[in-house]
Design a protein around this ligand. Structure first.
Ligand code: SD4
Length: 291
C-alpha cells in the first residue's frame, strides 16, 4: 500500500518521528515505534510539556500522564506519575505485565521502580524559574497554544499494516494538584482500532474528555469519513456545544486510517503535526475552525 509504513505526531517533533520511522524501517512494530518516538520527547529536558523538564502543577510537582494502545486493542496508562521520565514505557509495562489498564500516582511509581525504572528529579531549573514567576500572580489561565510543542501524541502503521498509538504529557502547566487530563484516558487522548484507524488529541484535556474525542474520531471514520472529515466533526462537536467557551482554549486532533490517509484539525491557528511518510519527514500546519 502507498504510504505505509508511516508515522504521524502532534506538533513539531521531527526527531521523534525520525526515531519512530527508524524503528519501522528496521522491521519493528508500530507499538515499538510509537514508544521509542515518544521517548525522544520525554528525554528532551528543553520541552516543557512532556517528561523531563515538564512544567509543574501549582505546588511545583511535575506529574506525568501517558498512554499506549496496540493493534489488538490492548492498552495501558499511567496518571499522576512522578519522578519517572519515560511515562510511556511505564504505560506499556502496565499493558503488558499487569492485569490492569491504568495505574495512578504512588502505585504507578512503585510499579515503575519494580520494573527497573530509575527515579529522577523532573523539575529542571528552567521550569522551576517559570513556576516561580507564575506564582507571583498565580493566575490560572490555560495557555491557548504552546507553539511547536505540547503533548506528544503519536500514531504509526508498520510494514504489516498494523496500527498503534501513544500519548505522553506533563499536562497543563500550573494545574491543580491531582489533576489528570485526557492523554491517559483511553478513548479521549488516544484510541486505536486496527480495522479502522487511530487518533490522538492535544490541547485542553477537559474538553477532549467531555466529548471522548479520539474514540469519536475513530468511530466517525468507521462510518465512512476520511481522517480529515472525522477530525473536523470532532472539533465541531466541541465548538457547537451550548455556551461553548472555545475562543479561550485550544484542542487539536490528528488521525490516520487503515489506508495510511491522515488528517488533522484544531479550534485555533498554530496547531501543527509532523508526518513521516514515503521518505518525507515534514511539519504540516493544521487547518482550524476559528478564522
Ligand atoms: C492535557 N492534553 O493534560 C493535555 C495537555 C496539552 O495543551 O495538550 N496541553 O490536557
Amino acid at each position: 500500500l502507498y504510504g505505509i509504513p508511516l508515522v504521524v505526531a502532534t506538533w513539531h517533533v521531527e526527531n521523534a518521528t525520525a526515531k519512530a520511522m527508524a524503528v519501522l524501517h528496521a522491521g519493528g512494530s508500530a507499538l515499538d515505534a510509537v514508544e521509542q518516538g515518544c521517548r525522544v520527547e520525554e528525554a528532551n529536558a528543553k520541552g516543557q510539556t512532556v517528561g523531563k523538564g515538564g512544567l509543574p502543577d501549582r505546588d511545583g510537582n511535575v506529574t506525568l500522564d501517558a498512554s499506549i494502545m496496540d493493534k489488538d486493542g490492548n492498552c495501558g496508562s499511567v496518571v499522576y506519575l512522578q519522578n519517572i521520565t519515560h511515562a510511556v514505557s511505564v504505560a506499556r509495562k502496565v499493558m503488558e505485565d499487569t492485569p490492569h489498564v491504568m495505574l495512578a500516582g504512588e502505585g504507578a511509581k512503585q510499579f515503575a521502580l519494580s520494573k527497573g525504572f530509575k527515579p529522577e528529579n523532573l523539575l529542571t531549573e528552567a521550569s522551576k524559574i517559570a513556576w516561580e514567576q507564575w506564582k507571583v500572580k498565580a493566575q490560572y489561565k490555560p495557555i491557548i497554544n504552546i507553539e511547536n510543542h505540547d503533548t506528544i501524541g503519536m500514531l504509526a502503521i508498520d510494514k504489516n499494516g498494523d496500527i498503534s498509538g501513544a500519548c505522553t504529557t506533563s499536562g497543563l502547566a500550573y494545574k491543580m494538584g491531582g489533576r489528570v487530563g485526557d492523554s491517559p484516558i483511553i478513548g479521549s487522548g488516544l484510541f486505536i482500532d486496527n480495522d479502522i484507524g487511530g487518533c490522538v488529541a492535544t490541547g485542553l484535556g477537559e474538553e477532549v474528555v467531555k466529548t471522548v474525542g479520539s474514540f469519536l474520531v475513530v468511530e466517525l471514520m468507521r462510518q465512512g469519513k476520511t481522517p480529515q472529515q472525522a477530525c473536523e466533526e470532532a472539533i465541531h462537536r466541541i465548538v457547537n456545544k451550548p455556551n461553548s467557551n472555545y475562543k479561550n482554549f485550544q484542542v487539536g486532533y490528528v488521525a490516520v486510517n487503515k489506508k495510511g490517509e491522515t488528517g488533522c484539525y484544531a479550534i485555533h491557528q498554530y496547531f501543527s503535526i509532523t508526518k513521516y511518510q514515503a521518505d518525507k519527514n515534514e511539519q504540516i500546519q493544521s487547518e482550524f475552525y476559528n478564522r
